[in-house]
Design a protein around this ligand. Structure first.
Ligand SMILES: Nc1ncnc2c1ncn2[C@@H]1O[C@H](COP(=O)(O)OP(=O)(O)OP(=O)(O)O)[C@@H](O)[C@H]1O
Ligand SMILES: [Mg+2]
Length: 278
């Protein structure tokens, strides 16, 4: 005879109906805290003689709703940190946690739930958007995945949040400017109402003025709705534009986050001298 299945009490009750689209009111504190942590994380990449220890005891605490940049020279392991937090890579040693739960647990039990908490934003939005879809279909897709009950309303609202006109809905990605493509990519990410946007050089593929406008948008989204920003960057100006703290990644370890001002003057000069990570 099969043993009766034990159902564990759920820590968060699942809603009986699909949740309506409801961006959090500014300053809302009812939701559980969502902290991202790395503790003594080690990652080696490559094989044989090509193997390289990329992270060697990296620690990070990104607090709920915080704006944080990870800065460091090319090859330092910045993208590797984002991949760990998105569940795209497992550490060789150490803990990676999202909202107090290890990534291994998220991936085993609630892969979709993880994507509702941490959403990626890529450097090149054109490669991140489906080439054959119109923007409307691109935005309907996340609505379906998370079961929003009023997609047209949610889409109209998210377009306003990223400052795009309705007419882009009928276009394909290649018919948009780089800035518009990044706004559509952000709109897709925002539709799942994530707690964090994990962005890898989100302005690097854009001209300086467009990049600054996207940085303003990211900062506003974070300040208004409390969405956390973890942004990897080479750009000395970006932490200031985002009003973000900066943690340096060097020799496989992350420094304690500090204010952008101190970084801009002291560290950028040091990078120029160091060049690329070994
Ligand atoms: N799949 C892989 N196999 C082997 N080595 C890899 C792999 N992915 C990354 N690496 C190496 O790991 C190191 C860190 O890569 P990562 O992409 O995290 O650096 P980064 O700081 O994001 O660099 P950049 O600023 O140039 O994007 C680099 O030396 C890279 O060549
Ligand atoms: Mg990178």
């Amino acid at each position: 005879m099969r043993a009766a299945r034990v159902t564990r009490p759920r820590t968060c009750a699942a809603p009986a109906m699909p949740a309506p689209y409801r961006p959090w009111p500014a300053g809302a504190r009812a939701r559980p805290l969502c902290v991202l942590t790395l503790r003594d994380v080690h990652v080696a990449l490559g094989r044989g003689r090509d193997a390289r220890a990329v992270l060697r005891g990296a620690d990070l605490v990104a607090r709920d709703g915080e704006r944080l940049c990870i800065a460091g020279p090319s090859g330092a392991g910045k993208t590797t940190v984002l991949k760990l937090l998105l569940g795209l890579l497992a550490p060789d040693r150490g803990d990676v946690c999202v909202q107090g739960r290890s990534l291994a647990q998220w991936l085993r039990r609630d892969r979709l739930g993880l994507r509702r908490v941490v959403q990626p934003v890529f450097q090149n939005p054109l490669s991140a958007l489906p080439p054959r879809m119109r923007v409307r279909a691109m935005l309907e897709e996340p609505c379906k995945i998370i079961g929003l009950n009023n997609p047209p309303h949610a889409i109209a609202e998210v377009l306003a949040r990223v400052a795009l006109p309705d007419r882009v809905l009928e276009r394909h990605a290649h018919e948009l400017s780089g800035g518009q493509q990044q706004r559509v990519a952000l709109a897709r990410a925002l539709l799942v109402q994530p707690r964090w946007l994990l962005a890898d050089e989100p302005t690097a593929a854009l001209d300086p003025a467009t990049g600054a406008a996207i940085a303003d948008l990211l900062r506003d989204l974070s300040q208004r709705d409390g969405v956390g920003l973890l942004v990897v960057t080479h750009d000395a100006a970006l932490p200031g534009l985002l009003d973000a703290k900066v943690a340096h990644l060097r020799d496989g370890r992350l420094s304690t986050p500090e204010s952008a001002d101190g970084w801009r003057f002291a560290e950028h000069a040091a990078w120029q001298a160091i060049g690329t990570a070994p």
